[in-house]
Design a protein around this ligand. Sequence first.
Ligand SMILES: Nc1nc2c(ncn2[C@@H]2O[C@H](COP(=O)(O)OP(=O)(O)OP(=O)(O)O)[C@@H](O)[C@H]2O)c(=O)[nH]1
Ligand SMILES: [Zn+2]
Length: 340
Amino acid sequence: MSKRKLSRQQRWRVEKIQAERAERAERRARRDDTSLDAGDYGPERLGRVTAHFGRTLEVEAEDEHGDLQRHRCHLRANLEGLVTGDHVVWRVAADGSGVVVARQPRQSVLERPDARGQLKPVAANIAQILIVFAVEPAPHPNLIDRYLVAAEATGITPVLVLNKTDLLPETGSDLRTLLARYRAIGYRVVAASTQQEGGLDALHACLTERTSVFVGQSGVGKSSLIDRLLPDMQLRVGALSADSRKGTHTTTTATLYHLPAGGELIDSPGIREFGLGHLEEHQVAQGFIEFQPYLGHCRFRDCRHRQEPGCALRDAVERGDILASRFDSYRHIVDGLTTR
Ligand SMILES: Nc1nc2c(ncn2[C@@H]2O[C@H](COP(=O)(O)OP(=O)(O)OP(=O)(O)O)[C@@H](O)[C@H]2O)c(=O)[nH]1
Ligand SMILES: [Zn+2]
């Protein structure tokens, strides 16, 4: 809202609307409690949110045969902020729909700024962020580092995926050198091609038994990779039961897919753009993982690793313990923050 002052009458109206809203939420909560207590719903079961449509969710759970079934669920009124990937406790109604009554603790959460710049969760319980880049368009090392910093800030493991290796020359590629550097720092690097026989083998191996998301700049082949990984169109639209006309929402909400070879993928346009938002300066130094042993060892506690004497980071660069290219990239990203 703008900074202009509200008149007394406007303020009164805003307060009245808020009070009405609170009262409605309260009534909904009481109604939920009554019907839950009345035994209209079955016992508590565990499930996972596979898609989100405003006030309703899709929750997946095993049936009595161990097969996964998806249920349209509404939220208990006092339960807000659930996202795709959340593990939840829910109860089924006679018609197969359900109500989510609790959220399990999250192992990780991916957040993005909303229209007002406030961080909002978009997906939860992700084990790895696959940062896709390609032979063409060639990546700027800064951009890879930016994605890595953003991933490190979430605590979720990043994996570098080099796509379009069919376009890679046999020898003398700068990209191979670049990749070797990231491997030496400790990152997992996976080569892929959607255009070659067996081009996704390494990727398949990396995706099983965990939940992943794909991020990366436009044109690197994220859609092509996901199309190949989820060859059955039904898998992609499977998130929606046929009775729903709200299907168009799937394009904006994060959706969880099962990969045929095992493992899950959570995807949405918002998630794909992850990493391009704002970073905080302290996150940047922490996000260069090979800097960590030196952070806090500079002569000045508030060292910004520029001209200061006794800078542990710059000393490490001079000794060759930190790559000059990574340190330059760090400086470039930090300088970009201050000129905003
Ligand atoms: N040679 C080659 N081309 C590929 C490969 N994977 C994808 N492409 C091509 O790269 C182009 C971009 O692929 P997309 O899948 O649309 O890329 P994207 O990352 O989803 O792009 P956005 O939707 O803009 O974010 C398309 O013309 C693809 O056909 C590959 O492994 N090798
Ligand atoms: Zn320093």
